[in-house]
Design a protein around this ligand. Structure first.
Ligand code: SF4
Ligand code: SF4
Length: 356
């Protein structure tokens, strides 16, 4: 695999050059409503550059492909128009874009969401067009956070799945592993084309081993038995009430998660125009599953908490045979206000033996 060497002194010049062909997205510093600083992924304005110091973002870059709220269809309610009440697709901008500084686990997470939105039977055109237009330029994690358990969940700090380029911070330079043709096209557009010597591969392997060891030295999350467990045994297991007890159904865990894809459709009318929106929703909200009849199949908190964990750690795994629908980013562990920890739940499920 080809490795390109990028002198950090040439970084901003190259990124600026790439703007001629790409819309750029990346992590930048922001402030929340309490004025506290944090980092978010957003579209980079001219003169703005992604923070490349390995910062953690509360939200994943999922919103670049799947915005929190997105206009999808529109129609006119003006009966004098020949096409009144006919829903038409909103023309969004799907020109080439690059997400720079995405973590490996987030790129893998998007491949898992893609399994749901781009199937042989149906495709979500909004997701598909955005996903195909995007080049993912990852940044390897040299110093994993305390809540990172990605190596247990089929990803890792230097994982390549879902990425087009993997950048590795090596002091005064980035070593860029070219993973796909799309990645090479981006590096060419930025003018990054100096091939690194053979020692670069060894350097990347050493940094990778160090980072993986940092994660392995912390608590291990077991997933090896999940596939062999029976769905009904886990569904009817006695531990769900205890796990769900302190949950306040705030939905934070699902909004911060890079693999959660639940959404709701909402129509809004203003004067004689109607717009249909696709908005993030959450299986943790009681209204999410409320039927028009008034019946709610998941009206009780324990049912919703069980659904979240069963979907991520059992149903998805059984349906796709692509591992769990959790990549071990640790965001939900960090953000849950009552400390419900998917690492513990995963171990409980993995070790559960029903009484005979
Ligand atoms: S973040 Fe915690 S409290 Fe909020 S819905 Fe998720 S598990 Fe429940
Ligand atoms: S379930 Fe939690 S740890 Fe797993 S991918 Fe989602 S936010 Fe990350």
């Amino acid at each position: 695999m080809k490795v390109i060497k990028i002198d950090k002194k040439e970084w901003t010049g190259g990124i600026d050059k790439s703007r001629e062909k790409y819309l750029l997205f990346g992590p930048v510093k922001d402030k929340d409503v309490t004025n506290k600083e944090h980092y978010i992924f957003k579209k980079l304005a001219a003169g703005e550059f992604p923070v490349m110091e390995g910062v953690d973002t509360v939200l994943s870059p999922k919103s670049v492909i799947f915005p929190q709220t997105e206009k999808i269809l529109k129609s006119s309610l003006d009966q004098s128009q020949p096409d009144h009440h006919i829903m038409k697709r909103v023309e969004n901008d799907y020109s080439s874009r690059a997400v720079i500084g995405i973590r490996s686990f987030d790129a893998k997470a998007l491949t898992l969401v893609n399994l749901n939105f781009d199937t042989k039977d149906y495709q979500d055109p909004y997701w598909c067009d955005a996903y195909k237009a995007t080049t993912f330029v990852g940044l390897a994690v040299n110093k994993p956070s305390d809540v990172d358990f990605s190596t247990s969940m089929g990803s890792g700090p230097f994982g390549e799945e879902g990425l087009d380029v993997l950048l590795v911070d090596n002091g005064e330079e980035f070593l860029a592993k070219v993973i796909t043709d799309k990645g090479k096209t981006f590096l060419d557009a930025a003018g990054f084309n100096k091939t690194a010597d053979e020692s670069a591969v060894k350097k990347i392997e050493d940094l990778k081993a160090q980072a993986e060891k940092t994660i392995a030295d912390k608590a291990k999350v077991g997933t090896d038995n999940l596939k062999n467990k029976t769905v009904l045994d886990l569904y009817e297991a006695p531990f769900w009430d205890d796990i769900a007890f302190s949950c306040i159904n705030c939905g934070t865990c699902t909004f911060v998660c890079p693999t959660c894809w639940c959404f709701d459709i909402q129509d809004e009318t203003k004067g004689k125009s109607c717009t249909r929106f696709k908005n993030w929703d959450s299986c943790m909200f009681p209204l999410f599953t409320l039927h028009g009849s008034g019946h709610n199949p998941r009206g009780v908190k324990t049912q919703r908490v069980r659904q979240r964990f069963m979907h991520k750690l059992k149903y998805f795994l059984d349906k796709y045979d692509k591992g769990t629908m959790c990549v071990g980013c640790g965001r939900c562990v960090q953000s849950c206000p009552v400390n419900i920890d998917i690492r513990e739940v995963c171990n409980i499920m993995n070790n559960y033996e029903p009484k005979k």
